[in-house]
Write a protein that binds this ligand. Structure first.
Ligand code: OGA
Ligand code: MN
Length: 281
């Protein structure tokens, strides 16, 4: 197994490991350390059945199921389809426009996931990259006076489905009443400490962070926008260009990510698992 850093902010590729095969404790320790060091690991050249994808994911914790249940794989409630393919009836097989904005997965829940594992079964030759922004680096770049200002602030996160659904290229189905009930949102600290590395990271994102708690509305908007500037600074970003059968494992506790568009006549078909995390502190 070989691990190569792909940028100096985050991201490393892992070569020569079969995530579907038996993996010994020592190899898992190496991967765990690399995940702590790089926040995003790209396991190249995988050949995974849904079962193998699930089993490798379960090694990192319990798996979550997504609120948009219509995009879960039939028979595999813990696998989410991120895809622009259609079924025989012409219905979308998966979320086509998943994450076309800066976000951290599922930050609108009280216990957001620690990580996500997205497996590229079919990838376009052009476009459809995923951007990852290190929120450790973003926090480091916040000036000291501002670090003091945000140290004890909390923010409200909510899954703004209405906004996403009305975006031009969306083909999403309406939410069920049950799904709407899950959209109450959550409150999290603006700066969180990573439970494994002990490093501080910004934990607000343009996708789901609505407002700062106990801060006047205008001030809240201005401060969030300022923080998003640090959070999405090109200097903290790694751009992942997908190769066929990459399995990408990212850390939601210290990263934001952003999907980029791709030509409508190409196919992008992926499966995602989501690993349970802990309450951000
Ligand atoms: C996701 C997501 C980005 C992409 O699956 O959580 O944001 O590039 N996907 O598909
Ligand atoms: Mn996402």
């Amino acid at each position: 197994m070989q691990i190569n850093a792909l940028s100096d902010v985050c991201g490393a590729e892992v070569i020569g490991l079969d995530c579907g095969g038996p993996i010994d404790d020592q190899a898992f320790e190496t991967i765990k350390q690399a995940f702590a060091d790089h926040s995003v690991l790209i396991f190249r050249d995988q050949n995974l059945s849904p079962e193998q994808h699930l089993e490798f994911s379960r090694h990192w914790g319990d798996l979550n199921s997504h609120i948009l249940t219509q995009y879960l794989l039939p028979g595999y409630p813990e696998l989410l389809a991120v895809s622009n393919k259609k079924d025989e009836k012409g219905e979308p097989l998966g979320i086509e426009d998943a994450g076309r904005y800066w976000h951290t997965d599922v930050s609108y829940e009280d216990v957001p996931p620690m990580g996500s594992l997205l497996y590229g079964l079919e990838v376009p030759t052009e476009g459809g990259d995923t951007l990852f922004a290190s929120q450790y680096r973003a926090y480091e770049n916040v000036p000291e006076y501002l670090k003091g200002e945000i140290a004890s602030l909390k923010a409200r996160h909510r899954f703004n489905y209405v906004q996403i659904q009305s975006s031009e290229d969306s083909n999403r189905k309406p939410l069920t009443e049950e799904q709407k009930k899950q959209l109450v949102g959550a409150v999290h600290p603006v700066v969180r400490t990573h439970p494994e590395t002990g490093r501080k990271a910004l934990y607000v994102n343009p996708g789901f962070t609505e407002s700062l708690i106990d801060v006047d509305e205008h001030e809240s908007r201005a401060l969030l926008d300022k923080l998003f500037g640090y959070a999405t600074d090109p200097a903290v970003i790694y751009r992942h260009k997908w190769q066929l059968r990459d399995l990408v494992f990212w850390d939601n506790r210290c990263l934001m990510h952003h999907a980029t568009p791709y030509p409508a006549d190409s196919i992008r078909h992926m499966h995602r698992t989501t690993v349970a995390g802990s309450v951000p502190v």
